[in-house]
Design a binder for this molecule. Structure first.
Ligand code: RB5
Length: 143
């Protein structure tokens, strides 16, 4: 599985924790689109880079982090074909895959903290889309 990571300065530290966590797992390759420090940057750039990587099928999923997860998810969702889900717990992470076939998870570093952030990522990447009636609804989003 290939995963694209992106964050602004507010999400940088959690992104690094996620990267370290994923590096310990077998069969996961990560592309890190930055940012690479806590120096202030503008989140739309990172939302866009990760979203492009997902729609270009360079990766299977994207993970985006900013302070709240709000701005970077809004930015990513401007790209056609992106379903970026702002998740606050394992329940929203799971349902975003089961029902929405989300292809990016967006996280708020100051909302979640490290443990919950990692738990959301684990749930997200390990949950399959349910299809069926949900495929019809996702299809209508794409239309
Ligand atoms: C940066 O200060 C902050 O606005 C950003 O990380 C994000 O939370 C925006 O939605």
């Amino acid at each position: 599985m290939k995963i694209a990571l992106g964050a602004d300065h507010g999400g940088y530290e959690l992104k690094e924790k996620i990267k370290q966590h994923l590096a310990k797992k077998e069969g996961i390759e990560v592309i890190d689109f930055g940012t690479n420090s806590t120096e202030s940057v503008d989140y739309p750039k990172y939302g866009h880079l990760v979203a492009k990587s997902v729609v270009d099928k360079e990766v299977d999923f994207g993970i985006l982090v900013c302070t709240t997860g709000v701005g970077i998810s809004i930015a990513a969702n401007k790209i056609n074909g992106i379903r970026a889900a702002l998740c606050h717990n394992e329940y929203t992470a799971r349902l975003s895959r089961l029902h929405n076939d989300a292809n990016i998870i967006a996280l708020g570093a100051r909302v979640l903290g490290e443990d919950l952030g990692l738990a959301c990522v684990e749930t997200f990447i390990n949950t399959e889309f349910e299809g069926g009636r949900h495929a019809r609804r996702v299809g209508k989003i794409e239309q």
